[in-house]
Write a protein that binds this ligand. Sequence first.
Ligand code: 13P
Length: 247
Amino acid sequence: MRTPIIAGNWKMHKNVGEAIEICRQLDELVADSPVEVVVCAPFTALSALNALGLKKVKIGAQNMYYADQGAFTGEISPGMLVDVGCQYVILGHSERREIFKEDDELINKKVLKALEVGLRPILCVGETLEERKAGNTEQIVVDQTTKALAGVAAEQIGEVVIAYEPIWAIGTGETSDGNDANQVISTIRQTIAKLYTAELAGQVRIQYGGSVKPGNIAEFMEQSDIDGALVGGASLKVQDFVGIIEY
Ligand code: 13P
């Protein structure tokens, strides 16, 4: 059985005080949930969240560089994230790929480095609207998954969480329907089975992301291959995020 994982991606929202307030409340409200709960906050809030000693909610980052240290102005190292209590890091989000021009090779380096230092990557894959209309969805996610996982050892693959986020569904209110998302996610799982084994693929958790709300989460969670959600906008309000976690 795969433990469901619901992660909030706060993107570039919330100052330190707001982050503390939300995580304190969230930690109490979901204390007894069987679901693994992660908040991926801005870098500036991570240290303060770590100091709260949260019992249930785990802390994640939204990006990192792959070098240990050095002359990389403006970047954050994997070790720095571990140092402030992060257990997860989102890698390859479509906003990083599109706005900051991250390619599969860079994302692969980050995935390998995250695993090396003991951070669990939440690896994002997904197609644009044009790619979907052209019928290329499956090819795109297979390709992104395969390239990002190059060199990941069989013993490490169970640490990786994959988030299928169709880019046209992010922040738009449009969602993939449950069946459709499940089909793409089962293709991702088959890809992992080909790269590793069916047994290992059965251990990897794969989330859906893109306009997930309290009102539509159940449609995704009832699917056979969907193990959780990566939530943007609706993770910024405690009540909405709790509503999703309590699907
Ligand atoms: P929304 O939930 O706001 O659509 O964002 C999804 C997302 O990008 C999570 O990483």
